[in-house]
Write a protein that binds this ligand. Structure first.
Ligand code: NAD
Length: 308
């Protein structure tokens, strides 16, 4: 099997930089390409931030941090990825942009090189419809931030070869990731279906005045959040008793939000440019105190990973 020494990452934004940092911390050489020059200029800083966070958690010493930084290269053209042994695509969630990049990659890479998309939910078979070698493609859905959430959902399409799946698993396992393979591709895969079902209900409760945002998040982190860290919803239903869970389901499911459009409160925020953390205001106001609290939370999550 290919030794996968050098990985190309297309898209150097939030996920691309996070994935590059995770892979280089795990010993891989990584070349990151982004079409936007200012994003390319920020790759080093975003990766440094990840290494510093790993350092504070005692997971990366100063020498290893320097070495990891030295393994990351930034490319201004896609062609510079032609000699890479595996490519991860992490560009904007737009079908046509991803398809164009895949087609360009097919033209420049060696024919056996596997290409993994981090799409959050576009089915792989739609992305590879027009391609010459669909057997080389699969989804590797990383979670943000990849250095804290090690689990990656690997989703083969109908044409993906088992060699491509094995190659992806080899890369992920040897980079301290924790891959799982889905049996079939559904929009959103597993994690995002759950995340967005929960988000819809939380936003609905916020919009209808059940409680404020702080309280809703607090109840979730202290109840299902705590439980799901150790026991998923299916095992929890078994433990709670399926008869009870069935009667609660029949009363509660008809009451839950089933809107198919983005909820009004979310739409209002986005329309007014309140995009969340990055813009300083979203559902919460991201002042220094809240940012520092988030840093502390992320450090605790990393320490939890070391312990478990
Ligand atoms: P982002 O906006 O931070 O980064 C996307 C990058 O793609 C941008 O820097 C942009 O310049 C670049 N790009 C656009 N067109 C390009 C092209 N033709 N060639 C090269 N680069 C190009 O977005 P992100 O949050 O990093 O998301 C990237 C992908 O990862 C998306 O498919 C998203 O659904 C998925 N994803 C996101 C998250 C998350 O929490 N943000 C989690 C998992 C997966």
């Amino acid at each position: 099997m290919n030794s996968l020494n050098t990985v190309g990452v297309v898209g150097g934004g939030l996920m691309g930089s996070g994935i590059a940092a995770k892979l280089s911390a795990g010993g891989r050489r990584v070349v990151v390409h982004d079409s936007n020059a200012s994003v390319r200029a920020g790759v080093t800083q975003r990766c440094t931030h990840v290494f510093e966070e790993l350092g504070r958690a005692g997971m990366l010493d100063a020498v290893s941090k320097e070495a990891a930084m030295g393994r990351i290269g930034v490319a201004s053209t896609l062609d510079e990825l032609s000699a890479t042994d595996f490519v991860i695509e992490a560009v904007v969630e737009e079908l046509s942009v991803k398809v164009d990049i895949f087609s360009d990659l097919e033209a420049i890479l060696r024919p056996e090189v596997v290409i993994a998309s981090t799409t959050s939910g576009i089915p792989l078979d739609r992305l590879t419809e027009q391609l010459a070698r669909p057997e080389n493609f699969l989804v590797a859905h990383f979670w943000n931030p990849p250095h804290i959430i090690r689990m990656v959902e690997v989703v083969p399409g109908i044409f993906t070869s088992s060699a491509s799946v094995q190659s992806c698993l080899q890369l992920l396992r040897s980079s301290d990731c924790d891959p799982v393979i889905l049996k079939k591709s559904v929009p959103g895969f597993i994690g995002n279906r759950i995340q967005f079902a929960v988000l819809r209900e939380a936003l609905h409760m916020l919009d209808t005045g059940v409680a404020d945002a702080e309280t809703i998040d607090y109840v979730i982190t202290q109840t299902v959040g705590r439980r799901y860290r150790w026991s998923g919803p299916l095992q929890s239903a078994d433990v709670g008793g399926l008869k009870t869970f069935m009667s609660v389901s029949s009363q509660l499911w008809p009451e839950l939000c089933a809107d198919e459009e983005p909820l009004a409160g979310l739409q209002r925020l986005v329309d007014s440019g309140d995009f969340g953390y990055a813009s300083g205001k979203g559902i919460f106001t991201w002042d220094d105190e809240r940012r520092q609290r988030l840093e502390q939370t992320r450090l605790r999550m990393l320490q939890d990973i070391i312990k478990n």
